[in-house]
Design a binder for this molecule. Structure first.
Ligand SMILES: [Zn+2]
Length: 195
């Protein structure tokens, strides 16, 4: 299933390294991933091709060049992988925004939260994870500093107060294991960081 993320992305206030500084409840059953093509000029519009992670746990290949994220050549293709996770404020359920990110760190953070959400465990009765959006930084191979988002799980709550979310189905890990083939140098420095 593919869909446009349209209006909610326009309202997106959280970028990869920013976000709510208050606890937020994550709408895991509407977390999406896919690809985005940013507008290069005023006349162009942003294009999205996304799928629900619960429906399609593996990041789909790039809709333009057909490559998977690990092998994507960002110099030749304008599309970028992206993740979208609706969040709401714990204190104000009507205060909803969408966490978005295009880097490996954002994709891994969402993947990790999906794994936690899909895990068999105590009956959470349709509750969604309550998180703090934190960041962590490390030196990358290019000599700079990379900052990744971290979702710190602090509890469980209904995304819509009193309304249980659909039961999560066990999902595979959205991030593919490292490719056995050697990577092109300089394409994705972040990939070398151990978790
Ligand atoms: Zn591409």
């Amino acid at each position: 299933m593919q869909d446009n993320y349209g209006d909610e992305t326009k309202r997106a206030a959280a970028a990869e390294t920013g976000g709510p500084d208050v606890p937020a409840v994550a709408k895991m059953h509407e977390a999406r991933h896919g690809h985005i093509k940013f507008a290069k000029s005023d006349g162009e519009s942003v294009e999205h091709r996304t799928a629900l992670i619960m429906d399609r746990p593996e990041l789909p290949p790039c809709p333009a060049c057909g490559n998977i994220a690990n092998e994507h050549d960002d110099k030749r293709c304008d599309w970028r992988p992206g993740v979208y996770l609706p969040l709401r404020s714990v204190t104000d359920p009507s205060d909803v925004l969408c966490f978005t990110g295009n880097g490996l760190g954002a994709r891994r953070a969402v993947a990790q939260l999906c794994r936690i959400y899909a895990r068999e465990g105590p009956d959470r009765q349709g509750k969604s994870p309550t998180i703090l959006l934190e960041t962590r930084s490390f030196k990358n191979n290019a000599g700079g500093t990379t900052t990744w988002p971290v979702f710190k799980l602090i509890g469980w709550d209904y995304f819509t107060p009193g309304v249980p979310a659909p039961q999560p189905r066990p999902v595979a890990v959205p991030i593919a294991p490292p490719s056995p083939r050697p990577r092109k140098r300089g394409v994705d420095h972040d990939d070398d960081i151990p978790f």
